[in-house]
Design a protein around this ligand. Structure first.
Ligand SMILES: O=C(O)c1ccccc1N[C@@H]1O[C@H](COP(=O)(O)O)[C@@H](O)[C@H]1O
Length: 206
């Protein structure tokens, strides 16, 4: 089965539609105000309402309040939530939505045990750990830390680019890959050629 692709850090309709055209399965919108890819909820919902069918919009939060999360997702039934902070499983479940839980990987972590704590998630996203930065670091972690057997589908993230994504898919065989900085022209703006190359690299027959 070809690897799915999520393009994260979408801030405008043009980038969103171009990524869909090139075969993105999911688009990520960052509702973390300290991120250079932050998007206003009203603007994000306007983009989501214009997406073609079968493309999943993903709302990314880092330890956000219930009020802030509801203000985004209440507007459209299509939203899937990505929790990228220290949210508990109970908190993730409280929105009655499908969700992804991000785990930031470092040497010595027991990833099977960490993922078991989020049995109700649709998938576990594995991203690079960097002290003081919740995500979108552009850093690659050591993929060999990922056990062959994981209790949930794995979304691989962290420093992926058009140059390394095919190798990542071959080595890790994840359910999906996720990219933010590796396909940008500048912070928050996508480079359309890089997006296209990334998607075709990820979906290439192994
Ligand atoms: O993209 C961001 O700015 C961001 C901010 C805070 C938390 C997560 C963020 N993005 C997620 O980070 C990973 C990896 O990003 P990159 O490809 O290394 O730039 C990805 O999962 C994004 O969903």
């Amino acid at each position: 089965m070809p690897c799915r692709v999520k393009i994260c850090g979408i801030t405008n309709l043009e980038d969103a539609l171009a990524a869909c055209h090139d075969g993105a399965d999911a688009l990520g919108f960052v509702f973390y105000e300290k991120s250079p890819r932050y998007i206003d909820p009203v603007k994000a919902n306007a983009i989501v309402s214009q997406l073609p069918p079968f493309v999943v919009p993903v709302a990314l939060f880092v330890d956000a309040s219930a009020e802030d999360i509801e203000a985004v997702v209440a507007d459209n039934a299509r939203w899937l939530i990505q929790f990228h902070g220290n949210e508990s499983e109970q908190e993730c479940l409280s929105y009655n939505r499908s969700y992804i839980k991000a785990l930031r990987v470092k040497e010595g972590d027991d990833l099977q045990e960490a993922a078991q704590a989020y049995q109700s998630a649709s998938a576990i996203l594995l991203d690079a750990y960097k002290a003081g930065v919740p995500g979108g670091t552009g850093e690659v972690f050591n993929w060999s830390l990922i056990p062959e057997e994981m209790p949930l589908p794995v979304i691989l993230a962290g420093g992926l680019t058009p140059d390394n994504v095919a190798r990542a898919v071959e080595q890790v065989a994840p359910y999906a890959v996720d990219v933010s900085g590796g396909v940008e022209a500048s912070k928050g703006i996508k480079n359309k050629l890089k997006v296209k190359q990334f998607i075709s690299g990820a979906k290439r027959e192994q």
